[in-house]
Ligand binder design. Structure first.
Ligand SMILES: CCCCCCCCCCCCCC(=O)CC(=O)SCCNC(=O)CCNC(=O)[C@H](O)C(C)(C)COP(=O)(O)OP(=O)(O)OC[C@H]1O[C@@H](n2cnc3c(N)ncnc32)[C@H](O)[C@@H]1OP(=O)(O)O
Ligand SMILES: NC(=O)C1=CN([C@@H]2O[C@H](COP(=O)(O)OP(=O)(O)OC[C@H]3O[C@@H](n4cnc5c(N)ncnc54)[C@H](O)[C@@H]3O)[C@@H](O)[C@H]2O)C=CC1
Length: 718
């Protein structure tokens, strides 16, 4: 709702009241309509201030309402009514003014903000555009270039930056509401014509077409198939070239198309998934809201290679005092040089003069004896990690948490090597660890709820999307990646080329196809794991079957030929030299594949894009269903958040499990059955029991899967 009060000095105060972010629900919009009406009719009211309860102006439309039929007074006429008032209206912006919240403020005649308030039009991140006049009023106020930037990225800006861009009239470090109330009294009777943004011309540079065309090219490149950013540019073109009323019609027309698109549904699902995963629950019944966490202020990182360096930076950025340990002298001295520079650069990027935490470097484990939490990031070698966990258990305080950044090794085995198995947990970061948003928190069978709560909380402080997952080989993300990459290799055996597979995946929206990605991270990473598993190496026959299943030795043979990817200048593609970044097709790969197929009597065939996409994605999705079935992820949102934030799954497609729902579960099942018939030796194609049960249950919407899984588990049918 929204409350109306008449304050001394003849100022009417309208307070938006809908915790926690005062979203513009139907009730709030109705409340504003009534309060505006009272302000018009009451002769005692000389000016109006609009604010939000609890120091938060407004978080925009109530996103939950988008799922059903819209009801209540619409926002556009409401904002017009405010703008048309002949009593001055001032927005007092504290906390946040986002989306419809900022559009409401743009309809006011003046805006006063706290310096730290967050302002923005993030609709594009929900697959929409600011359709309450935002695309038409903002360029009239801040100019077309600034509006293009803010509306196509959806980025939040501070009150201070909003002042620089002319979006607000004044900022304060004190109470924006107090200043707004005083200001409202002082402007009674001032003419308002120049303050009604819809009546002003758009502020454009001379060469509008050139600017818009350049922007459109950039936006299309960044969008990876997303519709909303492109529609935003269309609406801004209308603002720049048409009168306000026509521009507004165009804005609405574009919004209508976006509103009902699968992309908008996917992006809104992704918004809520990110929040759902914070509400973790363990099989024991321990949950985010019934478990206490400890606040960590000192931490150590062991091993300063690729991952350890980024993790140390991420901890220091979250305000921690970090001890960084490395045994190799060369690595240590390199880290001493590089890590402080990384820290400074990232702090600067986040608008900080200096990082809130500090990092000290050393080579002895004894120096970690006093810290509250240790993160191990040494080589992916179980024997080495076990030895380290034994040492840490002896050296550290008895209540220190011991965490491993392993990409897939058994957390229970590491825990068993210590005297404190309850304090052992996986913290699986993604490279580069100080930038990537995902953190898989791997809960071992003996990890205590308090340990999980502490690490989830720490992840949040580090700005990560932390997802609690179970302990199984590869955890969630890498476990699903295995059948996906395996499928891509099989496609090469059958006739595809790496660039063909990559093109299909990139057109789907991945930033990089599987082979380009493999070249980037290094083919030797998987090679080492496969050697350790006895799948390749001296004495293992180069056949296409291992342990009773179809196996492709192609990547092993690439490694044996010294083609490790970008680091060697040759992999599935060729590069200008070692460390080169620009991938070019390599005739060597064609010859290599031809010879391989000839050796194994494989006839190359033309493979359609549809088959490539279905085999890669559906084998990954099928593994996702198996993970849900095994209870290694609490719900589909957890898997989807992992894939969106850690593996470049296009956000406008929601995540793999959401995508399965969009395609239709029955169709995914039918396709898996079809490919399994063609390739009976490929185990990951065997449809999971959970997928079958969901289809049998009539393919319920994704929001119902958790409940069904729980029910079936209780009845032991999974
Ligand atoms: C053919 C039919 C065509 C129909 C066409 C219709 C045309 C209509 C024209 C007019 C349309 C007007 C459109 C409009 O107004 C567009 C919008 O405003 S879209 C919304 C824009 N706002 C946002 O994107 C903000 C989203 N929220 C956030 O970014 C963060 O939540 C925020 C920075 C505000 C706060 O962050 P933090 O403090 O970290 O809290 P949480 O994120 O954990 O949130 C707390 C809690 O609040 C819920 N929530 C947040 N924002 C909203 C929201 N806008 N609506 C609903 N709920 C919201 C969030 O989910 C959390 O709740 P949980 O229960 O914990 O999940
Ligand atoms: N590279 C990646 O993209 C990712 C790696 N991981 C995991 O992170 C861990 C580390 O991987 P990377 O950083 O890539 O390895 P890396 O090879 O770059 O670095 C490992 C570092 O550990 C040091 N080290 C080895 N034994 C040590 C000991 N006893 N004490 C102190 N330092 C020691 C080494 O000298 C080396 O500097 C592995 O478990 C890996 O699986 C997890 C996510 C992503």
């Amino acid at each position: 709702m929204a409350t109306f009060s008449l304050l001394p000095g003849s100022v009417a105060l309208i307070t938006l009241t809908n915790p926690p972010v005062n979203a513009l629900s139907a009730a709030v919009r109705a409340g504003i309509v009534q309060a505006v009406q009272r302000s018009v009719e009451d002769p005692k009211v000389k000016s109006v201030v609009i604010c939000g309860q609890n120091g938060r102006f407004c978080g925009g439309a109530d996103i939950r309402e988008f799922a059903g039929p819209m009801s209540g007074p619409p926002l556009v006429p409401l904002i017009h009514a405010i703008e048309a008032l002949d009593k001055p209206v001032v927005a007092a912006i504290e906390g946040l003014a986002l989306g419809g919240g900022l559009e409401l403020a743009l309809g006011c005649h003046y805006r006063i903000a706290h310096t730290t308030a967050l302002l923005g039009l993030p609709e594009v991140t929900l697959g929409l555009l600011p359709a309450a006049g935002g695309t038409q009023r903002l360029p009239r106020l801040a100019g077309l270039p600034a509006a293009l930037d803010l509306i196509t990225t959806g980025r939040h800006i501070s009150g201070t930056e909003a002042l620089e861009l002319g979006i607000v009239d004044q900022v304060t470090d004190g109470s924006a509401l107090d200043i707004a109330l005083e200001f409202a009294k002082s402007i009674v009777g001032r003419p308002l014509n120049t303050r009604r943004l819809s009546t002003l011309p758009c502020r454009c540079p001379t060469d509008i077409d050139n600017l818009l065309d350049r922007f459109m090219v950039q936006v299309r490149q960044r969008a990876r198939g997303a519709l909303a950013p492109v529609a935003c540019v269309g609406a801004l073109r209308a603002a720049a070239t048409l009168p306000y009323a026509q521009g507004l019609r165009k804005e609405r027309e574009l919004m209508d198309t976006l509103f009902n698109s699968g992309q908008a549904r996917a992006l809104q699902y992704a918004f809520f998934s990110q929040r759902v995963v914070g509400k973790w629950t363990l099989p024991s019944g321990a949950r985010w809201d019934n478990t206490t966490s400890r606040t960590i202020s000192t931490a150590a990182v062991i091993g300063l290679g690729t991952m350890g360096r980024g993790i140390a930076v991420a901890l220091a950025l979250a305000g921690m005092s970090v001890v960084a340990v490395e045994t190799q002298e060369k690595q240590l001295s390199e880290a001493r040089q590089m890590v402080p520079a990384m820290l400074q650069r990232e702090a600067g990027r986040r608008g900080l003069d200096t990082a809130p935490g500090v990092i000290s470097f050393c080579s002895s484990l004894q120096d970690v004896s006093e810290v509250e939490l240790v993160i191990e990031a040494v080589f992916e070698d179980m024997a080495l990690k076990l030895q380290l966990f034994r040492q840490l258990s002896a050296v550290c305080k008895p209540d220190t948490l011991l965490c491993s950044n392993t990409s897939g090794l058994d957390i229970d085995q590491l825990a068993a090597a210590t005297q404190r198995p309850g304090l052992v947990v996986g913290m699986h970061f993604f490279a580069p660890a100080h930038i990537m948003k995902l953190l898989e928190v791997v809960c071992g069978t003996r990890s205590s709820p308090e340990t999980v709560a502490t690490v989830m909380q720490l992840g949040k402080r580090m700005g990560k999307v932390s997802v609690a997952v179970g302990n199984c080989p590869g955890f969630v993300g890498n476990r699903m990646l295995k059948p996906y990459t395996e499928q891509a290799n099989f496609l090469l055996e059958e006739g595809a080329m790496p660039e063909q597979v990559d093109k299909v995946l990139e057109e789907f929206g991945f930033p990089m196809g599987v082979f380009r990605m493999s070249d980037l991270s290094g083919l030797d990473v998987g090679w080492r794991i496969r050697k350790a598993a006895g799948l390749t190496g001296p004495g293992v026959e180069p056949t296409r079957t291992r342990q009773g299943r179809r196996y492709s030795p192609l990547p092993d043979q690439m490694c044996e030929a010294g083609r490790l990817g970008q680091k060697t200048g040759r992999g599935w593609y060729q590069y200008d030299g070692p460390g080169g970044r620009v991938a070019r097709s390599d005739p060597w790969v064609q010859t290599f594949l031809d010879a391989y197929r000839a050796r194994h009597n494989l006839a190359a065939r033309v493979i359609a894009a549809e088959e490539i996409l279905e085999r890669c994605l559906y084998s990954l999705i099928n593994e996702g269903f198996k993970i849900l079935q095994d209870g290694m992820a609490a719900g589909p949102e957890d898997i989807d958040a992992i894939y969106v934030f850690g593996y470049g799954w296009p956000r406008h497609r929601g995540g793999p499990m959401f995508h399965a729902g969009q395609v239709g579960l029955a169709r995914v099942l039918e396709k898996l059955e079809h490919y399994q018939q063609l390739h009976p030796d490929v185990a990951p194609m065997k449809p999971s029991m959970l997928l079958r049960r969901l289809v049998a249950a009539g393919s319920p919407p994704i929001q119902k899967w958790r409940e069904l899984i729980h029910r079936e588990r209780v009845h032991s049918q999974l």
